[in-house]
Write a protein that binds this ligand. Sequence first.
Ligand code: ZN
Length: 328
Amino acid sequence: MSKRILILSAVLPVLVASFVSSAPAAEKVKVLIIDGQNNHNWKKMTPPMKATLLATGRFTVDVSTLPSNKAPKEKWNEWKPEFAKYDVVVSNYNDGGKCRWPAERRKEFEKFISEGGGLVPVHAADNSSTDWPAYNDMIAVGGWGGRNAKSGSLLRKKDGKWVADPAPKGGSGSHGGGWEYPISNEAPDHPIMKGIPDGWKHAKEELYNSMRGPCKNVTVLAAAPCKRTKVEEPMVMLIKYGKGSICHITLGHVGSLDAIHCVGFQTLLARGTEFCGTGKVTIPIPAEFPTKDKVSMVPPEKVTWGKGTARLGEGASRSRKTAKVVEE
Ligand code: ZN
């Protein structure tokens, strides 16, 4: 047996093993970001969110830009995203409260989620579609867009447990100016939150509070203390809708503030999207995750996704390395 064959026979099982072990990782989670209408600068929001998802190596990302609120009916009839082609939809879309989606699209979307699809509404996406009952169920609570005391319950922590509080008085949706606030981990055993420290400092931004809704099948994952309501407000929620999962993230304002570059936000966006698309979380917590005292803002392409990212990409790099050994 020649030396070359010896090397090959030693390397071949490793080569096969590496392909076998990396096979599931090679299957990326298919994300569709929807945008096109928002009271925020959605054109400024979609690129960094897309960049965050791509930087993890775990996703493919398409963007569907919806017709604006002023678009004629024909434009809406032309909008036919194939939700079923995706694992999860990330929403950077806020119609201001009045849903313009054709009835057929709404039905398709409800079917997509109830049959196991995922949804990640970001920031003002929870201001959207007040008049679409299924959407309110999906997001658990929402604000603005004509919502009021009759729009449902508040989510409130009582005796250490999150409960729906019908609170007959008061509006739905409020925020003050931006500040750097602490966020608590309310569900450290949940796959999205596992390993995330309890209490990290979020980059300066608005703190959404007093939002109301059906509060059905909801788990609060993260919360923050509100200066206005003087209680903890839910910041991130996980909702079940049929077989589908929704990770509602109230964070992520863009404007003069840049919370969308907070590594805490980016981690929740990536892990929440992965969970809603697959039911699992493999994305690690980045090295730059903020601490209790220090905000951490890093552009998406510079975030270190650590060992897990290496693991997700290892099929390619290891096979390249192995191929080099065979050539020698
Ligand atoms: Zn905002």
